[in-house]
Design a protein around this ligand. Structure first.
Ligand code: C2E
Ligand code: MG
Ligand code: MG
Ligand code: MG
Length: 287
């Protein structure tokens, strides 16, 4: 292979790869302006407490309303934001916006915010969370921060120190997408999370014995380690009933609600449990 000129390298790209590269560069450029142009939004999806037949909180999920391409889901732009160093700024905006929104909600509804592993390693994270809570006037008890197993791949000591500092503020820490990432359970004994989120892939395949086995193991683990447990991606009454029977108290999924704009939440809260008969059917009888 002869190296030296750019042209000689280009011969090794298939044309569609070159097209993809150009599209990626365009997305990067657009993303750099998205925040200040007001193109980012948060959608909120409820956590349902099956035992109380009530909503216990909402997860904030980022959306990008691109002026030409329309709504772009987070799985398409968050990896880009991470790779070009924008995720800390975007994540901070999401945190501040979600805390401010939640401060206006009734009762003690929780707000859950996702933290990227890249953002997690920012030196100012603990100060940023402190400031977001203070500016919003939100009690730290109402804020949950969602992290993933990928955090523990390296620098476990720094990660544990940051998690401990966040917990000391009074916030709660959830392990998101549990069972899909780094497969050592050792970190659970070093840092007991407040909540484990069973990944939606296991819920989707709950009819397969191996998925049900994982779900049972995670619920058992959460009970014995005194962590709360929530199942993600609950779409059918059958999944809901099976999970509840297995001892999973909290659920999140399209069965209850898709992620909604903040303006839709008062109506959503008002209509419970009208819209969700499966909750009251399971909790009210047996008297
Ligand atoms: P996640 O934190 O695991 O969020 C759950 C995802 O599952 C959301 O996708 C949600 O809309 C979707 N979902 C909820 N219920 C159901 C269901 O019943 N069926 C199916 N098929 N899907 C369901 P979304 O909003 O596209 O977000 C995808 C991922 O993007 C999130 O996964 C999270 O990892 C990331 N993300 C979203 N917002 C943020 C953010 O503010 N910061 C960071 N760092 N990551 C974020
Ligand atoms: Mg999440
Ligand atoms: Mg998740
Ligand atoms: Mg997930």
């Amino acid at each position: 292979k002869v190296r030296g000129s750019e042209d000689s390298d280009y011969r090794f790209y298939a044309p569609h790869l070159r097209e993809q590269l150009l599209q990626r560069r365009a997305m990067e450029g657009d993303l750099r302006h998205a925040l200040k142009r007001g193109e980012l939004e948060l959608a909120y999806q409820p956590f349902v407490d099956a035992d109380r037949a009530a909503v216990s909180g909402f997860e904030a999920l980022l959306r990008w309303r691109h002026p030409v391409k329309g709504m772009i889901p987070p799985n398409q732009f968050i990896p880009i934001a991470e790779s070009i160093g924008l995720i800390t700024e975007i994540g901070l905006w999401a945190l501040k916006t979600a805390c401010a929104e939640a401060a206006g909600w009734p009762g003690d509804l929780a707000i859950s915010v996702n933290l990227s592993p890249v953002q997690f390693k920012s030196k100012t994270l603990v100060d940023d969370v402190t400031a977001a809570l203070r500016d919003a006037g939100l009690s730290p008890r109402r804020l949950q921060l969602e992290v993933t197993e990928s955090l523990f791949i390296d620098q476990a000591e720094d990660v544990l120190a940051t998690l401990t500092a966040l917990r000391r503020l009074g916030t709660r820490i959830s392990m998101d997408d549990f069972g899909t990432g780094y497969s050592s359970l050792g970190y659970l004994t070093r840092f007991p999370f407040d909540k484990i989120k069973i990944d939606q892939s296991f819920v989707r395949d709950i009819d397969k014995p191996e998925s049900l086995a994982v779900i049972r193991a995670v619920i058992g683990l959460s009970h014995s380690m005194k962590m709360a447990v929530i199942a993600e991606g609950v779409e059918t009454p059958a999944q809901y009933q099976l999970l509840h029977r297995e001892g999973c108290r909290e659920m999140q999924g399209y069965l209850f609600s898709k992620p909604q704009p903040a303006s839709a939440l008062p109506t959503l809260l008002m209509r419970i449990p009208l819209d969700w008969p499966m909750l009251t059917e399971e909790t009210l009888p047996a008297r």
